[in-house]
Design a protein around this ligand. Structure first.
Ligand SMILES: NC(=O)C1=CN([C@@H]2O[C@H](COP(=O)(O)OP(=O)(O)OC[C@H]3O[C@@H](n4cnc5c(N)ncnc54)[C@H](O)[C@@H]3O)[C@@H](O)[C@H]2O)[C@@H](O)CC1
Ligand SMILES: Nc1ncnc2c1ncn2[C@@H]1O[C@H](COP(=O)(O)OP(=O)(O)O)[C@@H](O)[C@H]1O
Ligand SMILES: [K+]
Length: 509
């Protein structure tokens, strides 16, 4: 398994390809050859053979269309019936010539007697569609014009359970390449064959859901700039997880202070402390109103004040409760003055000091992030939850700018933003994880990681973001391990942590 999926913006990709194109490296030839290979493999899987099957190639005005045309030509050469739908009067010239030479047929979108609907019927009846409408030249806002209508019609077929298998060229057409937005018609794909390196839209919500399986084709591009968005893979966990050395003792493994839970919400305290203990922290110190319950459920936990290496603050905490408020504010003293790393969740988000450092990791969901932005930002930052969900990277970045903290924005894909533009998008969580208390487990798990690596966090301000992304990955895997393919309770996710971590460290996941 290859560790880390990296993505670069369209500008970074263009900068990397420039010297190669200038020296005549045949990038499009390499790209289209790989693309045709993937299409042929999928046809074999779908139809049992390549020759005799039917492929529709959607061709936009740019080089993305060029890739699709050359791939169409290669497929036609292997006995595939290829219909190319030209979405512009001028398309890639030599690509078109190659397709026609190989026996591919063309229709000009808009010039067909039956209009876009008739073209949609032809495309819809194909075994496989190669989507070369838009690549990194897409300006956002979805596919425009007649091609946009075609994409909408094909989307309706897919939604109805029909429609052909779609292979996207470089990106699903219509997504916001660098910001992962989905505003307007997008052709959802089953497989995306992306060139040189992934693009942010392939990792970021909401666009990433349109990509299907992502296959990266190495074109030999010198992509040495810092990637825009990264997805950690299971093999990366070993480099982040605090594996105790032989001479470890409980204090070197870290003490986590927890302020969580009230008499009204006692469960949060149990879930946070359980997750931290099962993630292998040296010790948990619980501060709160339900110590008896916590200790009854987790006898490993100690109660009362004392030194800690890191904090988890906020699950089940109500800022109106004076005693809890005092405990959280006291913890923030150590966080601000001694630099203790912290996870700040739920009720503690409302008590966050004006400015903190990246050693503080905020863990809001979209609703909590919208509230935080509204309270701390200017007029333009007052956005509803839906706006955060439509552009999670943008708003997580904004929250980082406003607070100085590392920001982990929870959701189906969890987005993490830290200093120096570092960003992660983790998508391992099964939808079953969207259940009350799951966030408390994440807060305890991440707190344990920060407590064990507090010294490293002091040295490297980008480490908390990596640890947070790693925690999201472990959290998702634990949910899956707790009950593969079925419902999970938050407590079961916590209970699955020891075996999940062991499997990830052993490379068995
Ligand atoms: N970067 C690289 O190293 C390589 C790039 N290649 C391909 O080249 C592609 C980029 O090519 P281009 O720069 O020509 O860009 P595109 O092929 O993405 O398309 C640009 C064209 O689409 C139109 N357009 C933009 N937004 C639109 C919208 N929302 N609705 C309708 N039309 C819109 C523009 O007017 C322009 O004519 C990549 O995605 C990739 O497929 C490959 O050939 C291999 C190498
Ligand atoms: N659709 C989804 N698919 C997968 N995971 C999800 C989805 N929605 C939410 N999650 C995850 O479930 C957890 C829910 O956390 P949170 O909203 O804080 O709930 P709670 O406060 O009840 O613990 C987060 O880790 C989040 O990333
Ligand atoms: K495309």
């Amino acid at each position: 398994m290859s560790p880390v999926l990296l993505s670069w913006t369209s500008a970074q990709v263009r900068a990397a390809e420039e010297p190669l194109l200038a020296s005549g490296v045949p990038l499009m030839e390499r790209a289209s050859f790989a693309l045709a290979g993937v299409a042929a493999r999928e046809l074999r899987a779908l139809r049992g053979r390549v020759a005799g099957s039917r492929v529709a190639v959607l061709v936009g005005a740019g080089n993305n269309g060029g890739d699709a045309l050359f791939a169409g030509a290669l497929l036609a050469g292997r006995g595939v019936r290829v219909d190319a739908v030209l979405a512009a009067e001028r398309v890639h010239e030599s690509g078109l010539a190659a397709l026609v030479r190989a026996g591919g047929r063309t229709v000009l979108l808009g010039a067909e007697p039956g209009g876009v609907g008739a073209v949609a019927d032809v495309v819809g009846d194909a075994d496989l569609v190669v989507d070369g409408l838009l690549g990194i030249g897409a300006r956002g806002g979805g596919v425009r014009g007649a091609a946009g209508e075609l994409v909408t019609l094909l989307g309706e077929r897919r939604a109805g359970g029909g429609g052909p298998f779609v292979v996207a060229v470089d990106l699903p057409s219509g997504v916001g390449v660098d910001d992962g937005t989905r505003a307007g018609p997008v052709l959802d794909a089953d497989v995306t064959v992306t060139f040189g390196g992934a693009k942010p839209a392939l990792l970021l919500p909401p666009a990433a859901a349109a990509a299907g399986r992502v296959e990266v084709v190495d074109l030999g591009l010198p992509l040495d700039a810092q990637p825009a968005v990264v997805r950690l893979e299971p093999a990366d966990v070993a480099g982040l997880w605090p594996v105790p050395p032989p001479d470890a003792h409980k204090y070197t493994r870290g003490v986590l202070g927890v302020v969580a839970g009230t008499r009204a919400y006692p469960g949060a305290a149990v879930l946070v402390t359980t997750a931290a203990v099962l993630a292998g922290v040296g010790m948990v110190r619980y501060l709160g109103d339900v110590a008896d319950l916590v200790v009854a459920r987790r006898p490993e936990v100690v109660t009362g004040t004392g030194r800690v290496q890191a904090w988890t603050l906020g699950p089940g905490v109500s800022p109106e409760d004076a005693a809890q408020r005092r405990r959280v504010e006291h913890a923030f003293d150590g966080i601000v003055h001694r630099g203790e790393p912290a996870v700040v969740d739920a009720g503690a988000l409302d008590l966050l000091p004006a400015h903190v450092g990246p050693h503080v990791v905020l863990t809001p969901h979209a609703g909590e992030l919208a509230r935080l932005l509204g309270e701390r930002g200017g007029r333009d930052d007052r956005v509803p939850r839906e706006a955060v969900e439509a552009e999670p990277l943008r708003w997580a970045r904004r929250a980082h700018e406003l607070t100085g903290a590392t920001v982990l924005l929870k959701g189906a894909v969890t987005v993490v933003v830290g200093p120096h533009g570092v960003a992660y998008a983790q998508a391992e969580a099964p939808p079953w994880l969207a259940t009350a208390g799951a966030g408390d487990v994440l807060a305890g798990l991440l707190g344990a990681m920060l407590a064990a690596r507090d010294a490293d966090v002091h040295d490297d301000p980008t480490l908390p973001a990596a640890l947070a992304a790693g925690a999201a990955l472990v959290h998702g895997h634990a949910a899956d391990r707790a009950n593969p393919g079925g419902p999970v309770a938050a407590r079961a996710v916590a209970q699955a942590l020891p075996a999940t971590v062991a499997a990830l460290l052993a490379g068995r996941s």
